[in-house]
Design a protein around this ligand. Structure first.
Ligand code: FES
Length: 97
């Protein structure tokens, strides 16, 4: 990712109707952002292999460093791996399962 890549100022984590907006720091994965903000998000391998950290991207775009867990159908449905997903658009909203 280049230094002029667009990144959001914040990320919105949704769990049902509850929404939490947190500051985003360039280069963080969604899992790192959630952790730093004390938002509970399941994880295990943190290497893109298990799918435990899967969240649904409701708004925006992310780049996944690795993906050995999600298939084409998952991706088409908006699923992303929080441990590998780095935001690359100015507005990001995800649903936590
Ligand atoms: S924690 Fe295993 S794929 Fe993210």
């Amino acid at each position: 990712m280049s230094s002029d890549q667009v990144v959001p100022e914040s990320v919105v984590f949704c769990r049902g109707r509850a929404k939490t907006r947190v500051v985003y720091y360039r280069g963080e994965t969604l899992l790192e952002t959630a952790r730093r903000s004390n938002i509970s998000l399941s994880s295990s391998c943190e290497n893109g292999d298990c799918g435990t950290c899967m969240v649904e991207l409701l708004k925006g775009q992310v780049y996944m460093r690795q993906n050995n867990a999600l298939d084409e159908t998952d991706l088409e449905q908006g699923s992303v791996l929080a441990c590998q997903a780095v935001p690359v658009s100015d507005s990001i909203e995800v649903e936590i399962y």
